[in-house]
Design a protein around this ligand. Structure first.
Ligand code: 4AD
Ligand code: MG
Length: 440
């Protein structure tokens, strides 16, 4: 009887004696002789029926008064209960409180606003919704890695402390480093370009940082990015990889996280259409589609949320936009040889107004062009000498992209804000949980 069981496995263990270890989400008494504990253990939730006389008297008393979120050890028999989720409940024989909650639990039954909940993130994580998001996030990571590993990509970790910018100097976080200034990495790309010349196809997946002064629902200052890089690959191959990666990730989440999507109230019909082929439009074609709408912009301007949202409305799946104007894109992008005013880059825009979730393309492999670009973008040459070395020493052309994890999770889960897609989000206007640092 002493074997620990996980709640997720209980439907297959009807009639067996098991021990559960978990937390009390809810406690309800029915008369003076019966109480129901709703217990979660991270794998699932189950109702525990505690009846006076079936457990020692002191344990019944303690169970009937157990405060919300106390941790408990429950021994009992798994019984069929067709009206319960999972079709089972536990008939208790022994209930021990491992650690009782002291005082009132800050997240009671009341409807709290997201602001309050974010301040209580360390406790809010225990609620159904954040738990479902974290499960989906874990599945997105697993599916994405499986996909790239399966294709023969090697995972190579990029450093976090870097001497230089890759995505513009305006969003760098400086760090004092033994009397010098270095920065938190905005992207692992430049290092992946070096690794791709060693291993052919590589990817990194780790935290990246941007001092974005953007208080939008799409911007975090710390986010995770998955960045594949492939030597000898071109833009079309990268668009194929983006499409394959995103459609596979969505399919895996639909297959493995249906209960979580249901708990989040996600309309899965909107995800089921996310199958290849994804529409591919050039920046010029996209502008033509935007003409006459409130999101119309002149040639040469970058997309913002209004353009991405307007464009995504026309499609039931992600859309790939390629060949953006050269002057609005990062220094390393390769100009289209047939039309140097645009680059061989591509953004993948999610449906339903979730915006850009992937950005990437071909890298310039021309040493003279890169040197000129560094000057144009006013980047300090010395910090990029190693990057230029790649071009000096036999570098094959390469291409790659970055997938923003939190934006993908926000879209798949149907969240209003990317802050809910990170376990502990950091944004410009709030450093959640450590507000005293900023004076609330
Ligand atoms: O388009 P970005 O800036 O591209 C790069 O960093 C390339 N170096 C990637 C590469 O080619 N290896 O960022 C890539 C993705 C965006 O599409 C978006 O999903 C996410 O990273 N992202 C952010 N997510 C949350 N908060 C922010 N402030 C983000 N900035 C970018
Ligand atoms: Mg981008």
């Amino acid at each position: 009887m002493k074997e620990r069981a996980w709640i997720v496995d209980l439907p297959g263990r009807v009639g067996q004696e098991v021990v559960l270890l978990g937390w009390v989400r809810h406690c309800r008494t029915a008369g003076s002789r019966l109480c129901f504990l709703e217990v979660r253990d991270g794998s699932g939730d189950v109702q525990v029926v505690v009846r006076e006389g079936e457990v020692p008297a002191a344990e019944f008393e303690a169970a009937a008064r157990v405060p919300l979120e106390s941790s408990v050890r429950v021994a009992g028999t798994v019984v069929a209960a067709p009206r319960q989720a999972g079709g089972v409940e536990l008939k208790a024989r022994a209930v021990a409180v491992v650690a009782a909650t002291k005082g009132d639990y800050p997240l009671g039954k009341k409807d709290h606003g997201v602001g309050y909940l974010m301040d209580q993130r360390h406790l809010w994580l225990r609620s159904t919704r954040p738990r479902a998001v974290l499960k989906v996030r874990a599945e997105v990571i697993r599916a994405a890695r499986e996909h790239l590993d399966g294709l023969g990509y090697t995972c190579v970790d990029a450093p976090i402390l870097t001497p230089a910018a890759a995505e513009g100097t305006a969003t760098l976080f400086p760090v004092e480093y033994f009397g010098q200034t270095v920065y938190l990495s905005q992207t692992g790309q430049l290092h992946m370009e070096a690794a791709a010349q060693a291993l052919g196809r590589v990817y990194c997946f780790g935290p990246t940082f941007r001092a974005e002064k953007s208080k939008t629902r799409r911007h975090l200052t710390e986010f995770w990015m998955l960045e594949p890089e492939a030597a000898f690959a071109d833009l079309d191959e990268m668009m194929d990889l983006m499409e394959g990666l995103i459609s596979t990730v969505v399919a895996r989440v639909l297959e493995r996280c249906r209960a979580e999507l249901d708990a989040l109230g996600r309309d899965v019909g909107r995800l089921q259409t996310c199958r290849p082929p994804f529409p591919r439009v050039s920046y010029d074609e996209a502008l033509a589609r935007l003409a006459g709408t409130p999101a119309e912009i002149p040639w040469g301007e970058d997309f913002g949320a209004p353009q991405e949202d307007q464009l995504s409305l026309a499609y039931d799946r992600p859309v790939l936009v390629h060949r953006f104007p050269t002057r609005i894109k990062a220094f390393y992008m390769r100009p289209d040889p047939e039309r140097p005013e645009v680059v061989l880059g591509c953004d993948l825009i999610a449906p339903e107004g979730y915006g850009e979730i992937i950005g990437g393309g071909e890298r310039s492999s021309d040493l003279a062009h890169l040197e000129a670009q560094l000057d144009l973008h006013q980047l300090p040459r010395a910090a990029y000498e190693w990057y230029l070395d790649l071009r000096r020493y036999g570098a094959a052309p390469s291409a790659g992209f970055g997938m923003g994890l939190e934006r993908v999770v926000a879209w798949i889960c149907g969240l209003d804000h990317v802050r809910e897609a990170a376990p502990f989000a950091r944004t410009m206007y709030k450093y959640w949980l450590d507000n005293e640092l900023f004076g609330k």
